[in-house]
Design a protein around this ligand. Structure first.
Ligand code: NAP
Length: 252
């Protein structure tokens, strides 16, 4: 393998069987990084690229995450970048507040990241170097209709990154949180509405890697959509709900 064109030598990408994670794994490989890719579906991982180490894994299983981290470091060397992207989305209807769905989303999206962190952070802290990143979402900026289960799991991921960043930084470990807008992937294929500022997964992966390379704490895109959402978030609640009703529920 040729010398990497980025700072990292070895990366672990979760949620790498499809969508954004898959593209990040492939683009990191093209930059000369040794890549390990995880998701539950082994055959999709195996078909990524023969140079990628496929490590099938359910991120809700803490022991499996620890075993996977050990296995990857034995095979490829110390992991110096993690991109934790395993995630799931289901819309929530107010007529069917299914607690199991909430629990599944929190377990996969939030605890899935925490489980991988528990496996990786001690290794990086001991070495005094490394870069831990995860994919949250612009949906974590604020509560949005239908996102009552997904949104809180992503808000928790943003808060987790803010909580860990200062102390980890002092110990040599970089934390980044990636907040994409709408990206064309199997996850959004179920959406029955027009998605504003929809991006291709290749583009999302490129922006993610560029932001990680630049050492940014928050990598949020597309920029215009992010700026709009952050302005909406800053509004007083009466105006915020008025806008949400008009823009999303189409209620005048
Ligand atoms: N697409 C968007 O518009 C968008 C926007 C903001 C944030 N995001 C976030 O970006 C990340 C990637 O999403 P995507 O759009 O690329 O969706 P995707 O194509 O559906 O990818 C999700 C990935 O997560 C894996 N996964 C799901 N549950 C898992 C589990 N329990 N253990 C291990 N792997 C698991 C899936 O593989 P298996 O099913 O094989 O396990 C797949 O590789 C997610 O965290 C998502 O919330 C997406």
């Amino acid at each position: 393998m040729s010398a990497p064109t980025v700072a990292w030598k070895t990366a672990w990408v979760t949620g790498a069987s499809t969508g954004i994670g898959r593209e990040i794994a492939l683009q990191l490989l093209e930059k000369g990084v040794r890549v390990a890719a995880s998701a539950r579906t082994a055959d999709k991982l195996a078909s990524l690229d023969p140079r990628i180490l496929a490590v099938p894994l359910d991120v809700t299983d803490l022991a499996a995450c620890k075993t996977a981290a050990q296995f990857i470091e034995t095979e490829l060397g110390p992991i110096d970048l993690a991109v934790l992207g395993a995630g799931t989305y289901s819309p929530v209807s107010i007529d069917r507040l299914d607690a199991e769905l909430f629990s599944e989303m929190m377990n996969t999206n939030y605890m899935g990241v925490v489980n991988c962190l528990a496996a990786l952070a001690p290794r990086m802290l001991e070495r005094g170097t490394g870069h831990l990143s995860w994919i949250a979402s612009v949906a974590g900026f604020m509560g949005l209709p239908k996102a009552a289960a997904y949104g809180p799991s992503k808000a928790a991921l943003i808060n987790l990154a803010e909580s860990l960043y200062p102390e980890m930084k002092l110990r040599g470990v970089q934390i980044s949180v990636i907040n994409p807008g709408f990206v064309e992937t199997p996850l959004t294929a179920q959406n029955d509405f027009e998605m504003p500022f929809l991006m291709k997964a290749e583009d999302a992966a490129r922006r993610s890697i560029d932001g990680l390379s630049a050492g940014r704490f928050e990598i949020a895109y597309p920029r215009r959509f992010v700026a709009i959402l952050k302005s909406v978030r800053a509004l007083p609640y009466p105006m915020f709900f008025w806008l949400i009703k008009r823009a999303i529920l189409k209620e005048r």
